[in-house]
Design a protein around this ligand. Structure first.
Ligand code: HEC
Length: 144
């Protein structure tokens, strides 16, 4: 039985997982405080600058991690930020405000593995203030 388990674990290592870090087109330009928080807590899944730790090379964990990064990048990719339409940016900012308020990002398994990525109250307050200020200054009404 142990042999079968080892054989299966060895076998699945040949099923590839695509760990990619494609070039960035239009990185988000945020103030340093915000940049620091996003890079520390969000970039692994929401940018093209993901860090791939050793366990991201070991199946079946590698499949789960690659799936999270693919899904995360689809929702919001800070490396593509300036290529989004303004209305799309606004929508994503609104989602971010909500995700930060409701404390559901980063996902809890990730927080468990990366204690440094947890958002402090000060981080959350800074992110909320920034989201709010970008939303107000980019408001179509304000531009008249
Ligand atoms: C471990 C990977 C990972 C990290 C780190 C991560 N996210 Fe996500 N995020 C995801 C995935 C996967 C989805 C899409 C599936 C879902 O909604 O759960 C997502 C979706 C989102 C969404 C859109 C859906 C929603 O809930 O409104 C927002 C906004 C978001 N993330 C913000 C953030 C912010 C802000 C951070 C950093 C503070 C962050 N995420 C860190 C994986 C991650």
């Amino acid at each position: 039985m142990a042999f079968v388990t080892v054989a299966v674990l060895a076998g699945i290592q040949f099923v590839p997982a695509q760990r990619t870090n494609p070039p960035s087109h239009g990185k988000l330009l945020a103030p340093p405080r915000i940049d620091e928080v996003l890079k520390r807590a969000c970039y692994d899944c929401h940018s093209n600058e993901s860090h791939w730790p050793w366990y991201s090379h070991v199946a079946p964990l590698s499949w789960l991690i690659v799936r999270d990064v693919d899904l995360g990048r689809k929702e919001i990719n800070f490396s593509e930020w300036r290529s989004y339409y303004p209305a799309t940016r606004r929508r994503k900012l609104e989602w971010m405000g909500r995700a930060v308020r409701e404390e559901n990002m980063p996902p809890w398994p990730y927080r468990l593995m990366h204690p440094g990525a947890r958002l402090t109250n000060a981080d959350r307050a800074a992110l909320e203030r920034w989201v709010e200020s970008v939303l107000t200054t980019s408001s179509p009404r304000k531009q008249q």
